[in-house]
Design a protein around this ligand. Structure first.
Ligand code: NAP
Length: 309
């Protein structure tokens, strides 16, 4: 059984920062991810609010962070974590789909997944016009007319990204106000390739055998149903936390977000949670990085006490 001081679950910006801090404190650190390192940064085109880089591509920032952790001695393990348990001696047992690992500290940095609309056509046309990632799929829609659903930072920034590639972007939002940061709103409002449909819910995605051809939406004030021709539907309606595999630990609220204090401690000693998976207000790369630094440093302090026992 492989033994570590710290196991970090998730290799997004929070997980990579926690790993870096723990490794620089001379701890033996493994960072596990079921996908490519970088997390949601891989789905982001330009990042303009990470200090030190006036603008940087999401995957490039992920690559730089990863090199930083590897240079500090962090071991990257590819695996899908199934369960974490704690034994009587406070060792943490991390079971992946292929191995069992043991550590003194676990830092959970598993982030969140795209929320789905749950409407007819969404699943059927996924990968055939329905997408949750403009950076990954936008290029397939060159000179076409696409729809973005949502009103948060992701919908508005990725809608603006899509306007650079496509002919036209229609943003459909279920309210009459956006949640997105003002700077992103202003940019979208002044882009003549973007228009907004307010107070409307997309109720069905329609298509032929192979591809999306349109959406049906309802004006939630008048009840009027309209069909709009579109070949791409990009859905950005928020996220749900990736915490199903930790349900035995009882560390989440009723919606699945992990509850921590300002030291990133959960209610289980030696288990920390950081980044988007945590119950908090501002989910950003900068805040994930801040959480990661705190948890990495606190791991060191926890392990000093652990070793004295
Ligand atoms: P979000 O902030 O949760 O926004 C989700 C949007 O979808 C909201 O406008 C919400 O409407 C709408 N929505 C939710 N459920 C819906 C449904 N069933 N049907 C239709 N619309 C629905 O999610 P996000 O935009 O993906 O952002 C996630 C986090 O990442 C946020 O903390 C955000 O600040 C951060 N982020 C930051 C940046 C950046 O700084 N550049 C970029 C991307 C993401 P309501 O407004 O009515 O709730």
């Amino acid at each position: 059984m492989l033994e570590y001081d710290v196991i970090v679950i998730g290799a997004g910006p929070g997980g990579m920062t926690a790993s870096l801090y723990a490794a620089r404190a001379n701890l033996k650190v493994a960072m596990i991810d079921r996908g490519v390192y970088g997390g949601q940064m891989n789905n982001t085109d330009d990042i303009e609010n990470y200090p030190g880089f006036p603008t940087i591509k999401g995957p490039d920032l992920g690559e730089k962070m990863y090199q930083n952790t590897v240079n500090a001695g962090v071991e990257f393990i590819f695996g899908d974590v199934q369960e974490v348990t704690v034994d009587d001696n406070q060792y943490k047992h991390v079971k992946t789909d292929s191995e069992d690992l043991v550590s003194k500290v676990v830092i959970i940095a598993t982030g969140s997944n795209n929320r789905k609309l749950g409407i007819p056509g969404e699943k059927e046309f996924s990968g055939k016009g329905v997408s949750y990632c403009a950076v990954c799929d936008g290029a397939f829609f060159k000179n076409e007319n696409v729809t973005v659903v949502g009103g948060g930072d992701s919908a508005i920034s990725e809608g603006t990204y899509l306007a650079n590639i496509t002919d036209h972007v229609g943003i459909v939002h279920h309210r009459d106000k956006l949640r997105a940061q003002k700077v992103l709103q202003d940019r979208a409002f002044s882009n003549n390739k973007i228009d907004f449909t307010w107070n409307s819910n997309v109720v069905e995605i329609v298509g032929d055998d192979n591809r999306v051809t349109g959406i049906k939406m309802v004006d939630n004030q008048s009840g009027k149903l309209t069909t709009v021709d579109t070949t791409g539907v990009f859905i950005y309606i928020g996220n749900i936390p990736n915490t199903q595999m930790f349900s035995n630990l009882n560390i989440t609220d009723e919606s699945g977000w992990i509850i921590t204090n300002s030291e990133m401690e959960t209610n289980i000693p030696g288990i920390f949670a950081i980044g988007d998976v945590r119950l908090k207000k501002l989910r950003q790369i900068t805040t994930a990085v801040g959480d990661g630094g705190i948890a990495g440093q606190n791991s060191f302090e926890y392990i000093e006490q652990f070793n004295e026992k």
